[in-house]
Structures are given as C-alpha cells and as structure tokens.
Design a protein around this ligand. Structure first.
Ligand code: MG
Length: 352
C-alpha cells in the first residue's frame, strides 16, 4: 500500500513545493515574507475498505477531516466538510485575512450541509491551521472539532496544539487516567464532538505566533493511534523536505498495523517577517496595544508550548479576544462528560 494523495477526497495543488505555494511577497494581503512549503498524503491503510479521510492543502489553509458513519457515509461527510472549507472566499488563493469567526461560520455551514445530505447519520472530525495576519504579524490559527490532531514543531519543541474532543481526553483532564493509559483505553476512539452529528459541534481555536522554521503537522488518528508522539517528533526533526516527512510518517503507520485510514499534511514556514525576529516582537506589542481593532474570536486560546522567545506580548495579544481560560483546554470541556446518547454514534464507527 503506497502512500500518496490518490485515495482520499482532497483539494490540493499539483505543485506542493514552496515555490508554488509561496505568496508571501504579495503586498496587499500577504504576511510579510512568510513562505509556506508543504507535503501531503493519505492512505486507506491495511484494514479498511474505504478511505473516509479527506484533506485540504492549499495556502493559506491546511485541514484533515476524518469521516465516520460507515458505508461511505463518513467519506461523504469528510469530503463535504473539506469542500465547504475550500470554497470559502476568505481562505482562497493565498489570502491571509481569515479570522476565527470566518472559520467558525464555515464549519457551521459544513455541519449543516452534512446533516442535510446524511440525515445526521454521518459525521466528521476536522482540524487544521490557516495562516493569518493580525496587524502585520503572522499567526497560525489552529482549529479543531474531534480527535484528529494539529501539532507544532517550533524551535525544537514539539507539542500537540489541538486538544482532542474524546472520552479519554476528558478522563485525562479529570485525573482519572494518565495519558499513557489513554493510548490503550478501550474507549479511546469515542469522539465527543463532531460536525454533522451529535449536539456539540463548536470548534476550538488557538492563535499561535509563527516562528521562523515552524513545522505544522495535521493528521488523522490513523497516524496517532499507530505511531507515538516521540516517533513523530523524530521524523519531523530529521526529514528536511515536508513531503519526505509525510511519506515517512504514513509508512510508519502502515508498518505499525495500518488499522485505520491515515492522512498527513506537513507545512513549513520560512522567511518569517523577512527573518527579522526583532520586528516580530515589536509588531506583537503593537497588536497587544491595539486590541480593540482585533476581531472577536470565540474560544481562542493560546497553545501550551509557545516557544519561550515567542514573546509574551504575542501570547497576550492572542489571548485577548477570547474568554480567558486557565489552561489549554477550551471552556467547553469543563462542562463534564457528554451524554452517552451521542457517544455510540461516533465510537462504533471507529475501529475498536
Ligand atoms: Mg480515523
């Protein structure tokens, strides 16, 4: 089973290299100097008949959706989600002006579309990142619904930015099990939030400053259930070209059993603010001082492992538009476990 972009429904340009993806020098809407290069791939895996993952890799947005529902319903749900995202004017053609409000509207639209075509029998996770600009400063706007994941490797630090909407994540948050126990917990595949089905569909958002050399990983659980974070970190740290990292990670998931569809998108940022880190910090202060001009962003939080030199001002600016939360965990999770009525819908479709 060779990895590649052949199987999953997706939207991606033929040329995924930096030269084609670059729009950083465009004056009007581009983040000054930031260049994105990226790779992508999706594989059905070794056990599944269909690939129900879908993805989008087109500057400025990179997203992975993992459909659930069985008998092609999941495939339809994830594809519809990606289709809606790809049709957003604000996310098209190298534009870097999107806000969390724009994304939330798009995800609500996707949720409604999936319900319409599947009678709420199918759902999908979706996570990813879009490059945005706030008063000249580049940020990763990370979004998540469900248990697909967005990670960031920045200045040598590798961390998961998104927080899973899953039963085991809630058990970890409550101190009932450890993260290690979550990896082998029998209900580890039960998702507590999704688009297209269930009652909880709101996305969480994080606004993270873009640092020179940042590498973003967006993936479905077909990777993270087969390959440890340590293995992922090693691959991302050692393979220079994003497509090589994608191919290696997919192969690792297949070698580990390939029990689920696996989709991987890797995005690299370079030439951040022309490589002038001092200017980034200066501009971040400007953002902080001008908070009244920032868009309102629901549930925006700051990733837990922003590099120490990212600048406290940048973090403060990112946090300002949101309701403050004490940790990386969005407010929604503090409401306690979800009613069990919704859970079976998601859990049954994941492999057990
Ligand atoms: Mg999956």
């Amino acid at each position: 089973m060779s990895p590649g972009a052949g199987e999953a429904a997706h939207v991606a340009p033929r040329e995924q290299d930096g030269a084609a993806a670059d729009s950083g020098d465009s004056g009007d809407n581009g983040v000054r100097g930031v260049r994105l290069s990226f790779g992508f791939g999706s594989d059905r895996g070794l056990r599944r008949e269909l690939n129900e993952d879908s993805f989008l890799a087109a500057d400025p947005i990179f997203a992975v959706a993992d459909g659930m529902g069985g008998h092609e319903a999941g495939e339809v749900a994830s594809r519809e989600c990606i289709s809606v995202l790809s049709q957003q004017q604000v996310l098209s053609d190298g534009s870097r002006v999107a806000t969390a409000v724009d994304l939330q509207q798009a995800l609500r639209q996707a949720d409604a579309r999936i319900r319409e075509i599947s009678n709420a029998r199918a759902g999908t996770t979706v996570t990813g990142v879009t490059l945005v600009e706030e008063r000249g400063v580049p940020y990763w706007l990370v979004f998540n619904v469900g248990d697909s994941r967005t990670y960031r490797l920045s200045q040598g630090t590798f961390a998961q930015v998104s927080v899973d909407h899953s039963e085991v994540q809630e058990l970890v948050d409550g101190g009932y099990i450890t993260p290690a126990q979550a990896l082998v917990h029998p209900r580890r595949h039960v998702v507590t939030r999704a688009l297209g089905t269930g009652s909880d569909t709101e996305a969480d958002f994080w606004l993270v400053p873009v640092e020179e050399g940042d590498r973003i990983l967006v993936c479905s659980d077909g990777l993270t259930n087969e390959v440890t974070d340590e293995q992922i970190h090693r691959a991302l740290s050692t393979l220079n070209h994003p497509q090589d990292a994608v191919d290696s990670l997919i192969q690792s998931a297949l070698r580990a059993g390939g029990r689920d569809n696996v989709t991987v998108v890797v995005v690299d940022a370079s030439n951040v603010d022309g490589g002038d880190a001092g200017a980034t910090l200066e501009n971040s202060s400007t953002v902080s001082a001008a908070e009244d001009t920032l868009p309102r962003m629901p549930r925006v939080d700051v990733a837990p492992n922003v590099a120490p030199d990212a600048g406290p001002d940048a973090a403060a600016a990112a946090d300002e538009p949101s309701q403050p939360t004490p940790s990386n965990h969005p407010a929604g999770l503090a409401d306690g476990p979800e009613p069990s009525s919704d859970e079976g819908n998601y859990g049954d479709d994941h492999h057990g």
